[in-house]
Design a protein around this ligand. Structure first.
Ligand SMILES: *Cc1c(COP(=O)(O)O)cnc(C)c1O
Length: 359
């Protein structure tokens, strides 16, 4: 058999896939911890009973109870809601619906969430970046200068991993500047921790605005894989063209609908209250620790802090089973670690371990 032109399986893969660095999720990075503060999850499990037993049947593409309950919760119409396999699927559907591979681009402003680039690169769509200003706010002039060919702009507010809100007047300026040119995606994965900041009230003014939401953070359901995109009907209908026929399994839709009942929502609000109190405890203590240079204000369920010798601090806590998220490699985040707000016991473990650091 000739070996001429023999292509290995890897050779056969698309070039952008061969070159792709997959998302370094907290789970993928591993670690042998018993204190997991690296993925912004809720620290304890909420119990559910399955009520749907029709697993012989395919599920609805857009399960009505989950959609109706989310619309009610978010104060929008059911036609303005798309449900997907986590907000991460929403990020990808937006690239697939709006960006021509090899031609169009997405734009985002680092330091921010890592999945915007991974989704675009997987699909073969150019990533354009405009780093934030020194205060981690948008460089509006920089964005305006780089908007040519951009079809989707992702802005995370409150931003992961910095924890602060993007100025609403800047978001408005961005929406004005992109009218008739590009979609603006506001990633509100953490909005339950600062609900007054949501942009849902702006949907009626901006047909090119899409808002991402998730059940993975304040709703304590990261393992469920369920997220939502909120936008006007025209935009939602385009996403419905590219979504898989059965994106959510029946048990997922069942539990999502339960989590979004009035009782589910009030339980979520109680969890948020408790996390906000716990965040205050963590922040106050971090500020008294020698190896902590700076603690940044947070509107979320995590805290970003700058450390002296962050890499050795990170490693030392890792070796003690306390797993944080190292943000040191992100632009403008040298020396920074991100700490999820967990239980009081978990906060105490972090504080005690940091106090013991000899730096
Ligand atoms: C966690 C997170 C998501 C992903 O949410 P899933 O619904 O779990 O896919 C999206 N955006 C940001 C900023 C996040 O932190």
């Amino acid at each position: 058999m000739s070996t001429d032109n023999f292509l290995s399986v890897t050779d056969l893969a698309r070039k952008n896939v061969r070159e792709l660095i997959p998302y370094q999720s907290a789970r993928r990075l591993g670690g042998n911890g018993d204190v997991w503060l690296n993925a912004n999850e809720y620290p304890t499990a909420v119990e559910f009973q399955l009520s749907q037993q029709t697993l012989n049947r395919y599920p609805e593409c857009q399960p009505k109870a989950a959609i109706d309950n989310y619309a009610q919760y978010a104060g929008v119409k059911p036609e303005q809601v798309l449900v997907s396999r986590g907000a991460d699927e929403g990020i990808e559907l937006l690239v697939r619906a709006f960006c021509e591979p090899g031609k169009d681009a997405i734009l985002y402003c680092p330091p921010t969430y890592g999945m915007y680039s991974v989704s675009a690169e997987t699909i073969g769509v150019e990533c354009r970046t405009v780093p934030t200003l020194d205060n981690w706010q948008l460089d509006l002039q920089g964005i305006a200068d780089k908007l040519g060919g951009v079809k989707v702009v992702y802005v995370c507010s409150p931003n992961n991993p910095t924890g602060q809100l993007i100025n609403p007047q800047d978001l408005r300026a961005l929406l004005e500047m992109t009218q008739g040119k590009a979609i603006v995606v506001a990633d509100e994965a953490y909005i339950e921790f600062c609900p007054q900041a949501t942009l849902t009230g702006w949907l009626s003014e901006y047909p090119h605005l899409a808002i991402l939401r998730t059940l993975s953070k304040a709703f304590a359901l990261a393992g469920l894989r369920c997220g939502f995109t909120l936008a006007n009907e025209e935009l939602i209908n385009l996403l419905l063209k590219v979504i898989a026929p059965y994106p959510l399994s029946t048990p997922v839709a069942d539990i999502a609908a339960q989590a979004l009942t009035p009782q589910g929502i009030s339980a979520m609000r109680k969890r948020v209250e408790q996390i906000l109190q716990e965040r205050q405890y963590l922040v106050e203590n971090l500020k008294t620790i020698r190896c902590v240079e700076q603690v940044f204000d947070s509107e979320t369920n995590y805290v970003l802090a700058r450390f002296t010798a962050s890499s050795s601090v990170f490693k030392s806590l890792w070796d003690q089973g306390i797993i944080l998220r190292d943000q040191n490699k992100q632009p403008s985040l040298s020396g920074c670690l991100r700490i999820t707000v967990g239980t009081r016991e978990e906060s105490q473990r972090v504080i005690d371990a940091l106090r013991a650091e000899q730096v």
